[in-house]
Design a protein around this ligand. Sequence first.
Ligand code: ADP
Length: 193
Amino acid sequence: MLNLIIFGPPGAGKGTQSEKLISKYGLVHISTGDLLRAERNAGTELGNQANDFISRGELVPDAVVIGMVRNYMISKEGANGFIFDGFPRTIPQAEALDRMLEEFNTGISVVLGLEVEEDELVKRLMLRGQTSGRVDDQDESTIRNRFQEYLNKTLPLQGFYTAQGKYQGVMGMGEIDTIFSQLCAKIDSAQAS
Ligand code: ADP
């Protein structure tokens, strides 16, 4: 199996690059942001709980997200591989993911980090907020809060995966297709090794 994590701050382009990677490598997309928004739109209990955190720009509690990912992975048994987008976002989530993949007798192949500066991210998210309808893209203070959550809780994963020899960073600014080619090169060399 080819299992990828697409990693980076809010607005780094994880969703855009994921779509391209999915069609090239035939992977199943697991975006916890999309799954949480689908739960909220369906009006489930999980969705309602998560919405309070999302609208404040805070992370949803680990247990909620981990359980949701686990169920989704089980429902996609037989997949060629997964691309995890927006997950894991904390060290406990990363540890849980390693355990879940072990149950499937597999593991993470490579972690692709999109590296973008904060001011550029805020600009992109404010722009996206004009069309996305996402509550958390509307005002600068919520966006800055998401960025703070990223720095405090998610960025430590870079060290976690570097220690496993799996982290590969790519500059996330510039042309979408150029970034995509660089990501593909990282995947291909990880597969070859
Ligand atoms: P972005 O990366 O642009 O912030 P996402 O769609 O990935 O957008 O996430 C939106 C929000 O959903 C996050 O700010 C957070 O509240 C919640 N969320 C998504 N994934 C996770 C996760 N793995 N753990 C905790 N909260 C999450």
